[in-house]
Design a protein around this ligand. Structure first.
Ligand SMILES: Cc1ncc(C[n+]2csc(CCOP(=O)(O)OP(=O)(O)O)c2C)c(N)n1
Length: 381
């Protein structure tokens, strides 16, 4: 029996899908590994841009499909309705449907439970693919997307990939992702190469986080920080990819506390405009540390564009943040985080890909909120 990933790909090919726009989810990392050799694959920085690229491709006669997590639907609804639907353009959306089956991350549940209602309210038809056998039902609605210029979503339960013949994920598979050169020049002056993984970087900086309000990026970064050192002033993101820097900005503007954001390259690229807002408002108590491993590390280390073309330090400077530094080694890193905070600061840390094997965060998210509120506003919560 063929594995479900190959079965889905062969149905897509039989219907003539030629462009696949993707943003990863952990549950479909095996599927995503196979996509570049089968289709024109456009990796995205944000799901919404996939709607625009798909619209352009459809105008030029292509048959686009997106492969995303259901959380991405929240990022793309406006474009989906006012562009794809309004102009009657075709788009198939394959959705890794989280929050509904053996879900360990509670923050996946709100969007997971809402997604059918959101699609319904938007007039977007969908097919529920609850188990592997249901894949046989997707061909006709997929054909109709391109015959009738429709949007149609396919809600793929994690259970689909659970069958015996499915590819099993092996951490070694991450190495099959094409990681581009990780050697960087700091605006032509120094050659820098990453030396440490995210976990090692968090270990190095954790002594310097004491007494500061820390906002930590979604996914494995938060789990790693929690397992290295929990302090009641650390806010761990469990959902809302792209919001680490905005949350930190909001706290910094509203409090005298020193605020440190620990962001990721994939997350910052999803919402880079926040650097403009930060630069414009320039709260002097905010430090943004971006751990740039060139990958969506939490979902299988699919490459981001910092491995190929984007220099996030130059991006931050371009947006108007004056105090920026790029670091890779231990001394540079500790010097950067030890330095007394003098104005909005952006620390770009080059990192090796890879995740530590750490458990989920045992602290309830509302307890985490209460601790952080107590730290920011003692005795007022
Ligand atoms: C809107 C949205 N799309 C996709 C995801 C799935 N997702 C969770 S974490 C993550 C990767 C984050 O990458 P990065 O910020 O570079 O951090 P890293 O894990 O590499 O440290 C992705 C794609 C999500 N949570 N939300």
């Amino acid at each position: 029996m063929r594995n479900p990933e190959d079965e889905l790909i062969s149905i897509m090919k039989s219907v003539g899908v030629d462009y696949v726009l993707s943003l990863p989810c952990d549950r479909i990392k095996n599927l995503l590994l196979k996509i570049p050799s089968e289709f024109v694959n456009i990796p995205l920085t944000r799901e919404e841009e996939g709607v625009g690229i798909s619209a352009g491709a459809a105008l030029a006669g292509k048959r686009p499909a997106m492969i995303i997590q259901n959380s991405g639907i929240g990022n793309m609804l406006n474009a989906l309705l006012s562009l794809t639907s309004f102009y009657e353009l075709p788009l198939a959306i394959f959705i890794s449907h989280r929050g509904i089956y053996k879900e360990k991350i509670a923050a996946q549940k709100p969007m997971g439970n809402a997604v059918k209602g959101l699609l319904k309210a938007s007039g977007v038809g969908y097919t529920v693919v609850d188990k592997r056998e249901d894949l046989a039902r997707i061909k006709r609605p997929l054909e109709m997307v391109y015959e009738k210029n429709r949007i149609h979503a396919f809600l793929l339960s994690p259970r689909v990939w659970e069958v015996e013949c499915a590819n099993k994920w092996n951490p070694e598979d991450e190495k099959r992702n094409p990681v581009a050169s990780r050697i960087r020049t700091d605006t032509g002056r120094h050659i820098l190469a990453p030396e440490y993984t995210r976990y090692e970087i968090l270990e190095i900086i954790s002594p310097y986080l004491d007494g500061k309000l820390v906002v930590c990026n979604i996914g494995i970064p938060s789990k790693e920080l929690f397992s290295i050192k929990h302090q009641p002033s650390s806010f761990y993101m469990l959902g809302s990819m792209g919001m680490a820097t905005p949350i930190g900005l909001g706290v910094a503007l509203s409090s005298d506390r020193k605020v440190v954001v620990i962001d990721g390259d994939g997350s910052l690229l999803m919402n880079p405009g926040t650097l403009a807002t930060a630069a414009h408002l320039a709260p002097g108590n905010l430090t943004i540390i971006v751990i740039d491993n060139g990958a969506y590390g939490s979902t299988g280390s699919q490459p981001t564009f910092t491995g190929s073309c984007v220099d996030l330090e130059i991006v931050a400077r371009g947006f108007g943040i004056k105090n920026t530094v790029k670091v890779a080694g231990k001394k540079q890193l500790t010097d950067a985080v030890k330095r007394p905070v003098r104005g909005l600061t952006f620390i770009h840390v080059l990192a090796l890909p890879g995740n530590a094997d750490v458990p989920n965060i045992s602290l309830h998210h509302l307890e985490n909120k209460a601790e952080v509120q107590e730290f920011l506003n003692p005795h007022h919560t």
